[in-house]
Design a protein around this ligand. Sequence first.
Ligand code: FAD
Length: 455
Amino acid sequence: MKKKFDVVVVGAGTGGCMAAKTVADAGFEVCLIDRKRRENVGDKVCGDAIGKHHFDNLGLSYPVGEELEREMVGIKIYSPDGETVFNVEGEGLYGFMVNRHLFGQRLLKIATDAGATFIESTQALKPIIKDHFVTGVLTKNLKTGEEVTLSSQIVVEASGLSAVLRTKLPPEIGIDTTILKEDVVVCYREIRKLKEQISDTKFCEIYLNPQFAPGGYSWVFPESETKVNVGLGVVTSGGSPNPKKQLYNYILSKQLFKDSSIVTGGGGQVPTRRPLDCMIGNGVAIIGDAACQVNPIHGGGMGPSMTGGALAGKTIVEAMGNDDVSRSELWPYNASYMQSYGAKQAGLDVFRLFLQGLSDDDLNYGMKYRMITEKDFLKASMGEDVRLNLTEKTIRVLRGVKKLSFLKKLRETASLLKRMREHYQSYPTSPQDFGEWKKKTRHLVQEAVKMRVAP
Ligand SMILES: Cc1cc2nc3c(=O)[nH]c(=O)nc-3n(C[C@H](O)[C@H](O)[C@H](O)COP(=O)(O)OP(=O)(O)OC[C@H]3O[C@@H](n4cnc5c(N)ncnc54)[C@H](O)[C@@H]3O)c2cc1C
């Protein structure tokens, strides 16, 4: 077996396949490894929903045939008391429910068609570090148990939330190795066949309820009139309930699921925060869930991971062309991701922290009196500013029910979200100014966390 490549990509998920394709397209020798067998690549517990704009931005053709479960036009968001429903639809929310397995298989084929060598059933154990550079990966063949070192000029860490390489990088590489458990949502999801027919399959449904889904939400995403993807996520912190129990108690007990049957079920975790402050080091780039490239509000990470893969791939091609894979040469990947999707993500992280601090009551009032309208909610979810809809009547009602502190928090959140996004848009273009930028990031995040707990 060949053991030396230009680039080794660890993890053939959505992000890894896109990085491998981008680098292989430029003629470099790429090795893509996954601990899964080839036929299982793409088979992942997921909500299976992805926006059309990701395909447009990446030049990928839309899913068709069996890969496409259904097209969707928007989301219905239910308040905890079920009395208010936001119908959020529009360009940014138009998208697809995909057959995740077949979608993953297509991405793998795109990578191998571009020339990447795929090695299945191969688990990455740790990064190899030489002279302050990542120079390869120690791997284990899961069929034979044999350990093999794959050497390369650059290693792409795309192993998902487990981040097997990132968590083992030494401090000299300059990448954060750990993330807070409060920034991770743990989910349980099932695909279910229904006895009853769903009347409207064009909308994905999201149920907000801090009591039964603290720090997360539950979802019902139709895949056809009689098949749904249904799940529930809770923030991973001390005392959080078991998401499977919560799903059974509060969602699957609804009339819609009477006499329904399970097709498949399982758990998973999503990082729901801003991206890692720095996603590169000498000889290494981090993408996808391993770099926390996920929308912090709805947990969608397929699109951002592919964006991360494509942007990292582009920078890697340039660095390899210049024969220099140092931190400063790989820096443009950091800057390009932060100034595009990262800035949106960081702003939404502020909004996520705000939402996680709300009670059922706050959400019921906020939605009932439309303190943010559906249209503005859509804009905010696309990374634009949160605009408040404060009529005289809303302010009177909130004063009457003693909820003016909620209003104050919402105002402060909207302002902080804007500042956070602007801060990411001015991400340093070279490593020299990174220290200052990181310091300011820490202050802004602390501000958001403080605001969440403030009465
Ligand atoms: C319950 C749930 C619901 C979700 N719903 C949605 C949704 O509706 N829409 C959406 O866009 N996103 C959703 N996401 C998030 C989305 O699935 C991820 O953000 C996305 O898959 C990240 O892609 P990735 O390439 O970084 O990692 P992954 O797709 O997780 O791929 C990582 C790959 O690395 C491999 N790997 C791991 N460790 C090793 C190792 N040591 N050695 C070799 N290979 C390894 C794995 O086998 C896997 O193939 C959801 C996630 C969960 C858990």
